[in-house]
Each structure stands twice: as C-alpha cells, then as structure tokens.
Design a protein around this ligand. Sequence first.
Ligand code: ADP
Ligand code: MG
Ligand code: MG
Length: 252
Amino acid sequence: APHLKIDNLHVSIEDTEIIKDLSLEIKGGEIHAVMGPNGTGKSTLASALMGHPRYEVTQGSVTFNGKDLLEMEVDERAREGLFLAMQYPSEVSGVTNADFMRTAINAKRGEGNEVQLMKFIRQLDEKMKLLDMDESFSQRYLNEGFSGGEKKRNEILQLLMLEPKIAILDEIDSGLDIDALKIVAKGVNEMRNPEFGALIITHYQRLLNYIKPDKVHVMMQGRIVKSGGPELAERLEAEGYDWIKAELGIED
Ligand code: ADP
Ligand code: MG
Ligand code: MG
C-alpha cells in the first residue's frame, strides 16, 4: 500500500520560512484533512510536495513509498503515483480535454505501455457519467471557458482517470455550490480503496460532511498544531479557531 511520510519539513519562499517543522504520514486507505485559517501555509505544503521550484525545502524529509520524494522531478512524482490537483495548466489552447488526459495517462504509464484508445474512451465515458459531466466536455479545449465548478469537476475526472496512489487536493471545494460539491465528493469517495490515500486541504468543514476523513489536522503558522478525528472538524465549524489558539497560547 502507498505511503507518504513527511518528517520535520521546513519550507521557505524567498527566504521567509512558511512551513515550520511539519510532520504527517498518509497511508493507503486513509483520507486526511488539513484545515486552518488563511495564510497558514496549506497551499505552500501542497506546492512543496509537488516540487514547485519557488518553494525551497530547507530542512526535513519526504518519502513516497520509501523513496526520497524531494529528489524526484515533478513528472517523476506523478509517475510514482502522486497526484496534485493544482499541477494542471490553467488554460491550454488547441489541446482538448481528452487529449490532455490521455497524454497525462500515457506519461504516467511510460513508453511502450500506452493505454489502448478504445479502453481510454470507455473509461473516460464511464467516469464522466459518474461525475454528471456532459459528453461534449471531453472535446472542449482544456480549461478554456470552463466555469470554476467545471474546472474542479475536471480535476476530479483527472483524478479518477489517472488513478494515483496518493492525491493532494488543495481547496477542491472553493467556489462550489452544494450540487457541484456533492459531485466532487462523490468522485473522491469513488477512489476510496486500500491502495489510495488522500490529503484534502480545505478552509471549510463543509466538504468533510461528504468526504469523511479518517484524520483531521489543524495547521497554524506553518505547523500542524492539533490532530484528531472528524469531530475536530465539526468543532472548528462550530467554534472557529480561537479555542485552539487559546489552548496553544498562539497570538495573531
Ligand atoms: P494557505 O493556503 O494556508 O492560505 P499559503 O500557503 O497560500 O496559505 O500562504 C502561506 C504564507 O506564505 C502567506 O503568508 C503567504 O502570503 C505566503 N506566500 C504564499 N505564496 C507565496 C509566494 N509565492 N511568494 C511569497 N509569499 C508567499
Ligand atoms: Mg525541525
Ligand atoms: Mg491555500
């Protein structure tokens, strides 16, 4: 089963330390949620894991199935089975959604092991139905004129098609109405199995009503300051973050 292990991670952007000593472990079959106020470094964590060049890891280690993730190029990370919702380009002219997805799948599978076209089309069809997406969607140019909700849905389609081992999903719920939110959650829940783990980053508890996390972590000032079960997310929804700040003596 897959295993992502983050140990004492420190990440800086332009010499400012954003992530400070963060440790987190995700195994196959587990869904973890990271919650926290704005500006605490949640997206920085996702970007660092994806290997964004602006984010400098100054201390700590990250292993993926025992291998050093930080030594891998971005495409190697994807080939190993790491998925980041944000790694996809915002708009690509002249490339249809279906082409893009087939290219991504084949890049992951490697040369000589490309997916059969008919099998690909069948799978794409099936997953699009699951996500309640219109057929025409696959032939539209990638993200061109997609609404916010369509983009999110498309990210989940990519998730279902690529079948990664570990997915980092940053704010997949932002800007979604309740119907779109339910569909996005349905897609993630469809992925649930012992060979898949996810880290769901969200500012709101709402998404976690539909994707039940096994563990909830609260991030503040670049650290995980509290971990618990789904009840922790519910308490945050009801009471906000002040009680944790008080507990920890954090001021902002
Ligand atoms: P969150 O996702 O929790 O809202 P971010 O990881 O986006 O937080 O941001 C954490 C901190 O890092 C913020 O203070 C933000 O201003 C800063 N930051 C994020 N990205 C950059 C960047 N590219 N350059 C400089 N500072 C950044
Ligand atoms: Mg440390
Ligand atoms: Mg963010």
